[in-house]
Design a protein around this ligand. Structure first.
Ligand code: SAM
Length: 287
């Protein structure tokens, strides 16, 4: 059986009376080169293990199984379990776990299923949970690399440098925790049902330490969030929700100019290192 062949897909799903759920982001791959390339790029080999989110009917799971020592796949939709039992019957190193990736303890699952082996996360992520799923994968600190397919615009946001249109609070969040790169694009006609957007595969390699030291992470991320929450405002105005009560408008402008920026600068012009410097000075002045 070819798990990306549209006739095989329809036949298997029909046998099990399966219907695609839009709300679960179920767009399955129909181009065999895509799961093969994701599995090739994720870095896993026989000495390592793969954790997959959302196996669907198993096309990426099968590719990972051929390269990894062991694969564990977390699937939310119980209706896919009899399908996966049939499609992956020939693979003996795969375990499917029922659960919601956003509610699972990913670190505990990795420890329980893989022990001390290096683990690589892989997924064709459902669009509706892209950001929280990536955050959960990074926060678990369990992976050598996280290789995921996401909406193309999200991939661009993840990897965007400061000052570009796609640059966002999420770009800084990712850059703080990981080295990110876009590996390749995947057009919308590679899926059934066909989504309205194109996709891209990104690989995140978690950092052992942040690229720049940050004295107060909570303050750093609240400044970044406030700065991008109101993109059309100047940085000084945007930061008033976090710092206005303590520093006042004039104190915020002073802070920004003391960091070497124009008083009317916008948040999207500042790099991660700039926000780290701003945090350092704000932290001192809030004491
Ligand atoms: N890997 C398959 C492929 O590439 O053809 C399917 C990918 S499909 C875009 C997303 C998969 O994630 C579906 O199987 C869906 O049921 C599953 N899913 C949706 N929400 C989930 C969640 N919160 N936790 C785990 N799996 C989820």
């Amino acid at each position: 059986m070819d798990l990306c062949n549209i006739d095989d897909i329809r036949a298997v799903l029909g046998r099990h009376g399966f219907r695609f759920s839009k709300s679960l982001g179920q767009n399955f791959l129909t181009a065999a080169w895509v799961p093969a390339r994701i599995a090739d790029s994720c870095g896993v080999d026989q000495t390592g293990c793969a954790l997959e989110i959302g196996p669907g009917m198993g096309c990426l799971t099968e590719q990972l199984s051929q390269r990894a020592g062991k694969v564990c796949a977390i699937e939310l939709d119980r209706a896919l379990f009899p399908v996966l039992e049939e499609t992956l019957a020939h693979c003996d190193n795969i375990e499917i776990v029922q659960g919601d990736v956003l509610k699972c303890d990913l670190a505990a699952i990795c420890r329980e299923k893989f022990g001390d082996a290096p683990v690589y996360a892989c997924a064709n992520l459902p669009y509706y949970i892209t950001t929280p799923a990536i955050s959960a994968l990074l926060a678990s600190k369990s992976f050598q690399a996280i290789t995921v397919m996401v909406q193309k615009e999200v991939a661009e946001r993840i990897c965007a440098p400061a000052g570009t249109a796609a640059y966002s609070a999420f770009s800084i969040y990712i850059d703080y925790y990981a080295d990110a790169e876009i590996l390749f694009d995947v057009p919308r006609n590679c899926f059934v049902p066909q989504p309205k957007v194109d996709s891209a595969v990104v690989r995140l390699t978690p950092r052992s330490t942040p690229p720049v030291p940050v004295c107060d992470e909570k303050l750093f991320f609240s400044l970044v969030k406030a700065a991008f929450g109101q993109r059309r405002k100047t940085l000084a105005n945007a930061l008033s929700s976090v710092l206005g009560g303590s520093l006042g408008k004039e104190g915020i402008v002073q802070l920004i100019t003391d960091c070497g920026f124009d008083a009317r600068v916008r948040g999207e012009k500042l790099s991660l290192a700039d926000y780290a410097a701003l945090t350092e000075l704000a932290h001192q002045r809030l004491d």
